[in-house]
Design a protein around this ligand. Structure first.
Ligand SMILES: [Zn+2]
Length: 437
């Protein structure tokens, strides 16, 4: 009995939290689900999770009743670019044209701290609106953009991974650092922000095209100086990108071999896209515990290719799924999973809705090595929670009349849902979405 309940609140609703990766829609031991569930929150942490009757007996506190809605852990987006909010929906033939015509122009605006703060603030409010409580984001090359990113995340107490891009060639001069300044600025930012509150730093060389060998050498040094930090970069997104990369690094046998040479693989290394990989590359990803981060709406939008979930999983590599704003076209992790599902259909893979919701929550948390903090409603987790309504729009409500199982409801949310299906978003125990309206 824990009736000592100062500052406790109890969220009541239908609660769903994964315990491990499900193997099909009938795999009921992969998750905890309570038709009338309760989540007790004290401060920023979850202190109780189970049947509401049990939780309300054990804890005294304010009850917030969300029935009949679903309560899940906050959604996690492990790859996007906060500096590309105004690049979304830019018309281009392919990745390299899109980078040169829009993205590299837009990112130059982030030298201005005021602009960076304005967009960072809009960025986090947007994530909250869409039920995303944690993300791994690229900032621009400017320190100001990373300062704005972490500063605004801290104001909202959000668990965010981010880093300033490192780029010293093949982009406009205004977006270039060099091997030395890229190292110095990254080091200063990592020292200041990594582990401060909920912030985590990611060493962020954009990709091999925009980093010289000298710069990648400085990434090696940074990774050994800051072994607890993340490393994020792009890998094998598009065929022209791969061909250009091979021209720049002819001495390496394939794309991933470049990153291997600079010792950039590991359990905290996030490789965005990872579409066109050889068996050797996939094997090296698996052996090193590196993460392949698929970005479905971006891959379709830029015509980059179709990430094969089952092939990557068979190879034993870790998988995450992300929006990749602004190559991606939606901030919604629900919509992202809808597009990921369609890509798996084209690959001939079955991708069931339980697996989709696992990927958005515990799966992405595990890919980020953060499953002890986020991605579940388990006791001791950070109280990042999303409340979802599968009848949020008239057509969803109509379809809900025919829905009989939890898996069917999740599939409806994934197929037709977006920010309108997000009733509330809790970040570190605080309801933030309702405050935005
Ligand atoms: Zn990206």
């Amino acid at each position: 009995m824990n009736k000592d309940s100062q500052n406790i609140k109890i969220l009541r609703g239908r609660t769903l939290s994964f315990l491990r990766q499900p193997e099909g829609v009938d795999d009921i031991s992969a998750y905890s689900y309570f038709e009338d569930g309760g989540v007790a929150i004290k401060g920023a942490k979850i202190v109780g999770f189970g049947e509401f009757a049990d939780i309300s007996q054990r804890f005294n506190g304010k009850i917030i009743d969300y029935r009949p809605h679903l309560l899940l852990p906050g959604l996690i987006d492990p790859h996007l670019h906060f500096v590309q909010m105004q690049v979304v929906a830019s018309y281009a033939a392919n990745l390299l044209e899109w980078l040169n015509n829009y993205t590299f122009v837009e990112e130059q605006r982030f030298a201005d701290p005021d602009h960076a703060t304005l967009i960072a603030s809009a960025f986090f409010d947007t994530l909250i609106r869409y039920g995303t409580t944690s993300a791994a984001a690229y900032c621009s090359v400017h320190q100001a953009s990373a300062e704005a990113f972490f500063g605004e995340a801290e104001k909202r107490n959000m668990l965010m991974i981010g880093g300033k891009c490192m780029m010293d060639r093949n982009c406009p001069e205004a977006l270039q650092d060099n091997a030395q300044t890229g190292y110095d600025y990254t080091k200063a930012l990592a020292e200041k922000w990594h582990g401060r509150g909920r912030a985590k730093y990611a060493i962020t060389p954009r990709f091999a095209i925009t980093s010289s060998p000298e710069q990648l050498q400085s990434v090696t040094a940074l990774m050994s100086e800051f072994p607890d930090c993340y490393m994020q970069t792009h890998l094998s997104e598009n065929m022209e990108e791969i061909a250009f990369t091979k021209e720049l690094y002819p001495e390496h046998q394939d794309y991933l071999a470049i990153y291997e040479h600079y010792e950039m693989l590991g359990t905290k290394s996030l490789f965005g896209h990872a579409i066109h990989l050889s068996d050797r590359e996939l094997d090296a990803m698996a052996q090193s515990g590196s993460v392949a981060v698929s970005c479905p709406t971006s891959n379709l939008f830029l015509g980059s290719g179709l990430f094969d979930h089952d092939r990557v999983q068979r190879a034993g590599a870790k998988i995450a799924v992300a929006t990749d704003i602004g190559g991606g076209t939606s901030f919604s992790m629900l919509k992202t999973m809808d597009e990921f599902y369609k890509i798996q259909q084209l690959n001939g893979n079955r991708f069931d809705p339980l697996l989709a919701f696992y990927r958005m929550t515990l799966g992405n948390a595990k890919a980020l090595s953060l499953e002890k903090n986020i991605g579940t409603l388990g006791v001791g987790s950070d109280a990042d929670i999303v409340v979802l309504d599968a009848g949020a729009t008239p057509e969803m409500a109509l379809k809900m009349q025919r829905v009989k199982t939890l898996a069917e409801e999740l599939f409806l949310l994934q197929t037709l849902g977006d920010d309108r299906a997000v009733v509330e978003t809790y970040v570190a125990g605080k309801a933030l979405k309702s405050g935005l309206r």
